[in-house]
Design a protein around this ligand. Structure first.
Ligand code: 0PR
Length: 376
């Protein structure tokens, strides 16, 4: 650190210079985050100094957090769900599995996740000393129920299903997983970090949330399709008691027990999530999801015109395009300032997420570049 103070203008100049080096969302197909809604930014600013780690000092924002939990619970079919606003999908997944493991009280346990699970489950295996068993996928890239059944044993502390897989946007057969979970009395966690703010607003009746008996907990991230500020994750349990499996005593704080993973934690993202959910309402989210699905169909039909097929018919606004040598194609597209990612082996493909910041015009420009790259 410097010895002398640097004038504010000078510090801001450095910050602006650095910010200019960051890329712009306009050309991001690779991210599940987006520019936060303006009202989320305002709310975030208003609650910057708040700490939900000591909620007795900030009862206002603590109340906002509980209101968000209630709204999320209602959205997912369980208005009295218990939970909190975490830092994102990783923390929510860690905490859900930690609660399940503590509740099961088993040593040398394992969890059964689909092969399409987000890498946060590998972190979980390491952190919680659990074996992570990966079930095969069926031809539609959903968890294969027979494979799940074959991996479950008496040491299994949780099953995981995904509603909106990171790479394919696919939804696992949650009702089938719930049947196994109920039969074997195992916690079923649904990772809807991405899909949680998509599926309730899509046409069709998707049965994947707390309306399915046997679903014990859900991850749903406001900082992805919820248009809140980063870091805003959601963790919900059907039973209040599950939260108690996460609690530690907090002797000298304003509240005697704490269930969150982090101690000090910002109330800003909870306030931002409250603001955006209240302001948009179900109608607003439906509109956003409709827009993102229109982008998705526009991309897929344009890709087909240049001879490129998606791996599966998209369920939500995530598309995996089959191209020859995807790594080379991606590299060439990156040179043209398009940010795309790739799915992993054995289904290597270009992965594109159609978020609200994308436009039809930019998709057309992208497709032109893709066609050009494929011709070379
Ligand atoms: N579960 C699912 C299904 C996810 O897709 C993700 C993240 C997580 C859990 C973990 O969430 P957090 O990253 O909030 O802890 N999926 C994205 C991914 O890995 C996250 C992301 C977002 C990556 C923006 C890149 C990026 O620019 O692809």
């Amino acid at each position: 650190m410097r010895d002398e103070a640097l004038p504010e203008d000078e510090v801001i100049r450095i910050l602006m210079e650095m910010k200019e080096r960051d890329f712009s969302y306009d050309r991001f197909f690779s991210t599940m985050c987006t520019r936060p809604h303006p009202i989320a930014v305002r709310a975030h600013d208003m609650f910057l100094e708040t700490n939900l780690g000591d909620p007795g000092l900030f009862p206002g924002v603590a109340d906002l957090e509980q209101r968000v939990v209630r709204m999320l619970g209602e959205l997912l079919g369980c208005s009295n769900a218990a939970g909190y606003i975490s830092t994102g999908g990783t923390e929510s997944n860690i905490q859900a599995i930690r609660a399940a493991r503590n509740e099961a009280g088993k040593k040398d346990g394992n969890i059964v996740v689909p092969a399409s699970a987000h890498f946060s489950f590998d972190k979980i295996g390491d952190l919680l000393c659990l074996e992570v068993r990966k079930a095969e996928l069926d031809e539609c890239l959903r968890a294969d129920l027979a494979s799940v059944r074959s991996l479950v044993d008496e040491r299994t502390v949780a099953l995981v299903g995904i509603a909106g897989t990171t790479e394919f946007g696919q939804v696992d057969p949650i009702e089938g997983l719930a049947k196994i979970a109920l039969e074997r009395k195992i916690h079923l966690h649904v990772d809807a970090a991405f899909g949680g703010f998509v599926l309730p607003f899509l046409e069709g009746d998707w049965r994947w949330d707390f309306r399915v008996p046997g679903v014990s907990s859900i991850t749903i991230d406001p900082h992805k399709m919820g248009m809140s500020t980063i870091p805003a994750g959601g963790l919900l349990f059907r039973e209040q008691e599950c939260l108690s499996h996460l609690e530690t005593e907090t002797h000298y704080l304003t509240k005697a027990r704490q269930a969150s993973l982090t101690g000090t934690r910002s109330g800003a993202a909870a306030a931002a999530t409250y603001a955006v959910m209240m302001h948009l309402g179900r109608e607003g989210f439906k509109e956003t999801v409709r827009y993102c699905m229109n982008l998705t169909h526009h991309l897929v039909s344009g890709a087909r015109k240049i001879g490129v097929e998606p791996l599966i018919e998209p369920t939500m606004n995530v598309v995996a395009l089959q191209v020859p040598s995807p790594a080379r194609v991606r590299e060439e597209l990156m040179k043209r300032d398009w940010h795309v990612s790739m799915t992993r082996e054995p289904k290597r493909a270009l992965r594109l997420i159609l978020m609200g910041h994308m436009t039809h015009e930019n998709i057309d420009l992208f497709l032109k570049d893709l066609e050009d790259v494929l011709r070379r």
